[in-house]
Design a protein around this ligand. Structure first.
Ligand SMILES: O=C(O)CCC(=O)C(=O)O
Length: 289
């Protein structure tokens, strides 16, 4: 099944996207970023991709983390980079774009922190699948991440066409409503195929999943509790996605500030604790074991 969306009017955010978000657990906003903006963001992300390749393996510097993997033939790929915004100015300015603040305000308010900032490159072939999961699973320690259903919104900006051939995301509409599900699965969801049997065990069905069709510049929003995954890229091009996850500041003890009163907040002098628990003990650049 393909997910048909209505188009958000660029001049106005008075669409019914808020109601659709709460009902389905996700929504797609069309053409939020222009073709020229997307091209600049894509070029900035490719700079980061090349840095990952030069490292040749996983590399960490504070919250900034490059996930680099090799396929069966030894070819290396940067699969994901977390927190590139610490050193890539254009990616940093995009995450603080006021359009995002305006879109999120009716959902989670004007005072927002950010807990996710990452680019995914899904190369044609293997290595880039994401197993079925809820993002809520990764919000640890649980006491630091409160009210996951109502206070957190994940955003994904398409930098390329996302469709079934290029391994688009698959969402199960309404699967956010029960909250955290007993969805057993691999500890690491990146690089693991979607196993539909796990869905059945949790009372869900892959037959209800929809393909998230995106054109460059479209912005998808989804809930921490929405069950989702994505498959293999069988197209001839990379499938790039720039993900930024925001949270109502009062509901999270982790993360970097993003917007105060709807206005962008630049990084402070020290990085904030987000998901990298050893940030204070091992902040220096290193190749993790
Ligand atoms: O990039 C993708 O296809 C999957 C992204 C995803 O599932 C996630 O970030 O939680």
């Amino acid at each position: 099944m393909n997910y048909q969306t209505s188009t958000i009017r660029k001049a106005s955010f008075q669409d019914d996207y808020v109601a659709r978000y709460w009902r389905d657990g996700f929504v797609v906003l069309r053409g939020v970023f222009s073709a020229a903006e997307v091209q600049a963001i894509a070029e900035a992300s490719d700079q980061v991709y090349e840095e990952g390749l030069r490292h040749g393996r996983c590399f960490r510097h504070g919250n900034l983390f490059y996930n680099v993997a090799a396929d069966g033939e030894g070819d290396r790929f940067t699969r994901m980079v977390q927190w590139p915004s610490y050193h890539q100015p254009l990616l940093n300015s995009m995450r603080l774009d006021r359009r995002i603040a305006r879109l999120l305000e009716p959902l989670i308010g004007r005072d927002l922190k950010q807990i996710i900032n990452q680019v995914h490159w899904k190369a044609p072939g293997s290595l880039g699948d994401f197993a079925w999961h809820q993002d809520s699973r990764f919000r640890r320690p649980a006491h630091a991440f409160r009210n996951l259903g109502t206070a957190y919104v994940q955003t994904g900006l398409a930098l390329d066409r996302h469709d079934p051939r290029s391994g688009c995301l698959r969402f199960i509409p309404g699967s956010h409503l029960p909250g955290h599900l007993d969805l057993e699965g691999p500890a690491d969801v990146l690089g693991r195929a979607m196993n539909d049997a796990l869905l059945e065990a949790a009372g869900l069905s892959a037959a209800d999943a929809v393909d998230l069709l995106l054109e460059p510049g479209d912005l998808a929003l989804w809930s921490s509790y929405l069950v989702h995954g994505s498959g293999t890229n069988r197209s001839g091009h990379r499938r790039r996605l720039y993900i930024n996850g925001y949270v109502r500041a009062g509901d999270c003890d982790r993360g970097e500030w993003a917007f105060r009163g709807g206005e962008p907040v630049p990084f402070g002098p020290e990085p904030a604790l987000v998901h990298y628990e050893a940030l204070r003990e091992r902040p220096e650049p290193h190749y993790p074991d």
